[in-house]
Design a protein around this ligand. Sequence first.
Ligand code: HEC
Length: 112
Amino acid sequence: MRANHLLTVGISLALLGGVAANAADVNVAGAEGLTKKSGCMTCHSVTQKKDGPSFKAVAEKYKGKADAEAALFKHLTTNPRIKVDGKEELHDSLKTKNEAEIRNVVSWILSR
Ligand code: HEC
């Protein structure tokens, strides 16, 4: 009985640990797939400046800022006005309504 109970507690802790670890992990393949599908990479690259800043530069800009995730989440869901080559345009949003997928791309960019 007692051994059984300890086993259950052990398994629950292991499961909790697994969930916590996954939440901190970025699904890189998912983020790359969604940014490709959404056309982001025509203006961005992880390391090179194109029309838009490199994602490394974005991660650098937001390093240590508490509002980083909220700012990028907003940037990628609300089509803010930006300038491309001096011309005003609306910034594209990610082609998904799934909040977890959007947050995953934000974490991916911020961890470049
Ligand atoms: C037509 C070109 C273009 C496309 C397509 C585009 N972007 Fe951008 N993006 C820009 C430009 C230009 C800026 C800089 C805007 C500024 O600083 O005002 C920018 C800025 C950003 C930033 C930094 C925002 C900040 O607060 O500093 C991120 C992150 C970003 N884009 C991600 C994405 C993602 C993800 C996609 C796909 C959904 C995407 N972009 C599609 C041109 C583009």
